[in-house]
Ligand binder design. Sequence first.
Ligand SMILES: [Zn+2]
Length: 284
Amino acid sequence: MRRQNLLAAAGIAVLAGGFQAAANAGATTSGGAKAGAIPATIDSSASPSRVFSASRGGVTFRYRVRGAGPVSVQIRLYRRSGNSLIRTWKRHPKDGGWHTIHWDGSAHGKAQPDGHYVFRLEGRMADGSRVGRASQGNAGRNSFTLHKFIFPVRGSHSYGDGFGAPRAGHIHEGQDVLASCGTPLLAARGGTVKHNAYQSAAGNYIVITMQDTGLDAVYAHLKHPSHHPEGSRVYTGQRIGVVGQTGDATACHLHFELWSSPGWYSGGHPFDPAPDHHAWDRYS
Ligand SMILES: [Zn+2]
């Protein structure tokens, strides 16, 4: 319809004659008739290639559609294992510039499992025809690896007492990680600060309810009180303090606990974090 109108307008201009008519005809050719002849293309990429969920920024998917008129775009995120569809976004980009989508690693309030993920984008013109891909055959640009957790001790370390080790009147409810005092400590997973306090046994400690997992993580014997106040939001990989020896600690180390939902001294139970620790340590 639009093309016909433009051609009609050009026809009238030509009939009117003169320089202005030639200019109008040129505009009609590039803006109307030729647009359909130039194949529209899509460029896209995902970054970073390794993503920690509940981190600041998460993963960013960038795309642009060039040489097309009105286009509708569907972006689907798949987990490669099982080719399962995780999320769908629908967009109507109005220009040929870059557009972005952010994903934090959760869907329907649940942290998605570790693994390889890929964004797949499909664009359609107003008439329903498919838009071609500029980056076809380069699907690696749209894929990334997702991890739910990062190992919290960022320096050389070794493993000390484990879960269940005998203690006077109770058992050890976590895993000790020995590292020099001052070694940076990161949030293994982002979430909300449940407690930030000092007690004679734990020294400076912080409890973080880890987003979309139902789990609480406890970090104890920090050198200084963590600067994240109770109720505040922290992100995966964000610094929460440094290794210390406060409280009843006899060496510089992190005492780390994991609690099942609904969490630390609020109905949950501590469980052995060692298998998780070793897994996180391998890829972090
Ligand atoms: Zn301990």
